[in-house]
Design a protein around this ligand. Sequence first.
Ligand code: AHR
Length: 312
Amino acid sequence: VLLILAFGPGLALAKDKIVLGFSQVGAESEWRTANTQSIKDAAAKEGITLKFSDAQQKQENQIKAIRSFIAQRVDVIAFSPVVETGWEPVLREAKRAGIPVVLTDRSVSVKDESLWVSFLGSDFVEEGRRAAKWLVDYAPVKELAAKGEVNIVELQGTVGSAPAIDRKKGFEEILKNQPKFKIIRSQTGDFTRAKGKEVMEAFLKAEGKKINVLYAHNDDMAIGAIQAIEEAGLKPGKDIVIVSIDAVKGAFEAMIAGKLNCSVECSPLLGPQLMSIVKDVVAGKPVPRRIVTEEGVFPQETAAKEFPNRKY
Ligand code: AHR
């Protein structure tokens, strides 16, 4: 009886606190670090107990983490899937256990759409379109196109991930009406600076001065590539026009230094919206199936003015 009296109120309190299991992709980029911080801060602010797991860019680790959240009977599972496919079995397990799943940042490709309740994140296809639209309108590139071909090299994100697939798709959708614009090389840089540098070195070795433009699926790969371009004795932002995605502080610094020409925004600050979805799901309130993050485009000439306002 004493035990029940002693633990009774504590147990009641613990039960009132929402428990969220979150499986993060990893720590591959400046964007991802900001995203993790946003989620941790928002959970703390809302008094939500966060069980956080870092998958180090491996799907098998995410599946393990989700299974462990199910075993711990968390109230909600949220995750940012490293790749789009291969999620059905583990999501069915979550559904059977009655645990709602919220997709954050990236989506999954599953036949049974009842396996997740809400998807919060950017429209990656639109980001790819925005990068291409900026490029075809950029005066120095227009001049090049007037004279001849515009040779583009592309650094793709993680193979099989939603942002890599969609950003490629959106970019190509705009360029298909631009016969002068050619993607001459395209390879994954896995969303990291180190890989971005390594693959750009290979592009430069193979194509040299033929390269007019670099399109990088994120800023980190662009920043790595900038180093490779400089080491090859070329001027990033001038000899090679560079457009990338995320608009992290590192990209603004590169733009202010004249080494990056444009960054398309992809906001990692998803924590507050995620916590509000989690609270609504637990309260049994209806939640939107899809919430698209609002974002802008930052060409180099806006960088110095915008930099002090950047939060990530
Ligand atoms: O899913 C969002 C992407 O993942 C960001 O653009 C990239 O920087 C991150 O690693």
